[in-house]
Write a protein that binds this ligand. Structure first.
Ligand code: MRU
Length: 345
């Protein structure tokens, strides 16, 4: 089973909450199921939640025997609002939904049937494009990975986070495919262990050598000169290059700077939000305190103790060596070069 599949009007998702111990499949039969899957992180990772949300709209378009295009459009638009509210930080979710709304507003689709077909086509186009963006990021980014490199990464940025090979993990995969001898240090990524549960699982399957470390070991490993470069994904990149990613990424970038280790971000163009000037405008998702009070199902802190649980942090642009995208490697100054790459001006 792939991370996401569409068959007979059902969206099948690999339930990432259960990995790596169990390979369970989640069936989404309507957009409410997709909302729940996104909120609970059964499906996760910036590009993949965008694709899942687009498919959620497809499910909403087949939820009823709509008699008119107007009736169908109204229902899909209400589903769109629900899907948009599931998670606030990763802009790929909003990007995919905006693209779906633009398609739905196209003139000329006057019957429910024609509009339904258009919605499916647009969602599939987003899905296919996401696969291609992963491939291009891999090809572009592999150039920054030297032979014999020791790489450190955070969270999960692979096939479980996107529809193709992933973002940062696509770059790592491509370097491995190119025959480079690489080794990856994987941060376990507290509190939900996306590094330990998901990245380590993906690297094992690919036969890419790796070592799992807890997040608080990264500085020590860098001091021992075991790291040549750090690479992570991003959930939203502001116009000045400030990049939101899984909590702990900022800390990793700070210690990379302290040890003279280049820190790269890999993200598709759909993660770049030129609508916000800096990271200050990025809404950081706050999650359930029990994610911190428990380690898996085991309680590791006093019941109801005070907890702060931001799911993401923002790495300031000045700590980032370059942003690897499907459109090439973007270097400093990001404020000029991101705009130039996306808009050609
Ligand atoms: O909360 P998650 O697991 O959805 O967070 C995912 C990340 O932070 C990834 O690093 C990010 O989406 C970028 S790579 C696809």
């Amino acid at each position: 089973m792939k991370q996401i599949e569409w068959n007979n009007n059902i969206l099948y998702l690999l339930d990432q909450r259960k990995l790596p111990a169990e390979t369970a499949i989640l069936e989404c039969k309507n957009h409410h199921d997709v909302c729940m899957a996104i909120k609970t992180l059964a499906v996760r990772g910036a590009p993949l939640i965008g694709v899942a949300a687009a498919m959620g709209l497809v499910l909403s378009s087949i939820a009823n025997e709509f008699e008119t295009a107007e009736e169908l459009r109204n229902y899909v638009e209400s589903a769109e609002k629900e899907l948009r509210s599931t998670r606030p930080t990763a802009v790929n979710l909003m990007w995919a939904l905006d693209r779906m709304l633009t398609a739905i507003d196209k003139p000329g689709y006057l019957t429910a049937e024609s509009l339904r077909k258009l919605i499916l086509e647009e969602a599939m186009a987003i899905w296919e494009e996401d696969c291609e963006l992963c491939r291009l990021m891999g090809i572009n980014g592999a150039a920054v990975i030297p032979d014999n490199a020791n790489i450190i990464t955070h969270c999960n940025t692979g096939s479980l986070a996107a529809s193709g090979d992933g973002t940062a993990l696509s770059v790592i995969r491509q370097a491995h495919r190119d025959g480079k001898k690489i080794h990856v240090f994987v941060d376990e990524t507290r509190p939900l262990l996306q590094g330990a549960r998901l990245t380590a699982w993906e690297l094992s399957k690919d036969g890419i050598p790796y070592t799992l470390i807890t997040d608080n070991m990264a500085a020590h490993v860098m001091k021992e000169k075991k790291i040549d470069l750090a690479i992570t994904g991003a959930d939203r990149i502001a116009a000045n290059g400030d990049s939101a990613n899984k909590i702990g990424t900022y800390g990793l970038a700070v210690i990379a700077k302290a040890h003279n280790v280049p820190f790269y971000i890999a993200a598709p163009y759909s993660t770049i939000d030129l609508g916000i000037k800096s990271g200050k405008e990025i809404v950081i998702e706050q999650r359930d305190p029990d994610e911190v009070r428990f380690f898996g199902s085991r309680q590791t802190a006093p019941e109801n103790c005070n907890v702060y649980n931001p799911a993401f942090d923002v790495t300031p642009a000045e700590l980032i060596r370059a942003i690897i995208t499907d459109r090439g490697i973007i270097e400093q100054p990001f404020a000029t070069n991101l705009k130039q790459t996306l808009c050609g001006v």
